[in-house]
Design a binder for this molecule. Structure first.
Ligand code: SIN
Ligand code: FE
Length: 290
């Protein structure tokens, strides 16, 4: 395991892991880089990596937990079965890697979707708010999570040798201290109203309000995007990387073909809940946020 500020390199095959140190790195917001994941594509799977299989207008192909059909590929598409097999295999493999590296979480991980991204990053044109080439922490506007952690396992499966290039920014508390004073306040009653109107799937807590506005404020500030402390990381084909994406400031600059598995985790089930964005924000705000 080698440490380079926000990035920690992990060898999944090493006979002994320093698991306490590893979970410490993950929970303090590092991105764990696994240079070679033990996961290979079959020739059929490789041949099916083509954006033509993605339903038009969709960013991701996804598989709900224990799902039996992909969302974002027509059921009649001849590649559906092959791609479903690939995504299902990845979901199972990612669970195994997380169970191996973080036994502390094993009993507490909450299943979440697996996704397959076939589109090229550089040619995607979207609004600034959806532009993931700007540094951000993940927050979902329609899915308030009241402090729940977002743990993600990514893998570059590009068959043409192309890296997936990420930027990783400064640590969460530094980001929060910079942006918190500028965030708009949540007006009274809005959480209940959004919930009643069906805009949000659960009540939007003060935590969710802050996380969503933090995501937006980071992306909206182009001077910050250029000048904050950051590193650029090319993830080679076959490599994986793992992070709490609600905590690690990240952006994707280029690449094509990726698998991603999300897990949710309650902050109280972390090795040290005090490291969660919820705890950090509550300490900075001086009050409860859920
Ligand atoms: C993101 O989570 O911001 C996108 C990551 C990626 O597409 O590599
Ligand atoms: Fe993101």
């Amino acid at each position: 395991m080698t440490q380079d500020s926000q990035i920690v390199s992990v060898d999944l095959d090493a006979p002994t892991h320093d698991l306490d140190r590893l979970i410490g790195s993950l929970e303090t917001g590092s991105v764990l880089h696994v240079p070679t994941l033990p996961f290979q594509l079959t020739p059929d799977e490789r041949a099916s990596l083509d954006p033509a299989h993605a339903v038009k207008g969709r960013k991701n192909i996804s598989l709900p937990p224990a799902g039996t059909a992909l969302i974002g590929v027509e059921p009649a598409d001849p590649a559906h079965a092959t791609l479903l097999g690939l995504v299902t295999r990845y979901a199972n493999a990612a669970r195994l890697w997380i169970d191996t590296l973080f036994p502390h979480y094993r009993a507490h991980l909450i299943a979440a979707p697996t996704s397959l991204r076939l589109h090229r990053v550089e040619t995607r044109h979207t609004s600034w708010r959806k532009d993931d080439s700007r540094l951000h922490v993940d927050a979902f506007p329609s899915r308030p999570n009241q402090g729940e952690r977002i743990l993600r396992v990514f893998m570059n499966i590009n068959p043409h040798g192309e890296p997936r290039v990420w930027r990783v920014g400064e640590d969460f508390e530094t980001v929060a201290r910079r942006f918190l004073p500028r965030l708009p306040r949540q007006w009274p009653g809005s959480a209940a109203l959004f919930n009643a109107l069906g805009i949000t799937k659960r009540r939007r807590s003060r935590y969710d309000h802050i996380m969503m506005h933090l995501h937006d404020a980071m992306k909206a500030d182009m001077a910050y995007q250029r000048s904050c402390a950051q590193i650029t990381l090319p993830f080679a084909p076959g490599a994986g990387w793992i992070c709490f994406s609600d905590q690690a400031s990240h952006a994707v600059m280029s690449g094509q073909f990726m698998l991603e598995q999300t897990f949710f985790l309650q902050p109280q089930d972390m090795a040290e809940p005090e490291r969660a964005p919820l705890a950090i924000l509550q300490r900075l705000a001086g009050r409860s946020l859920i």
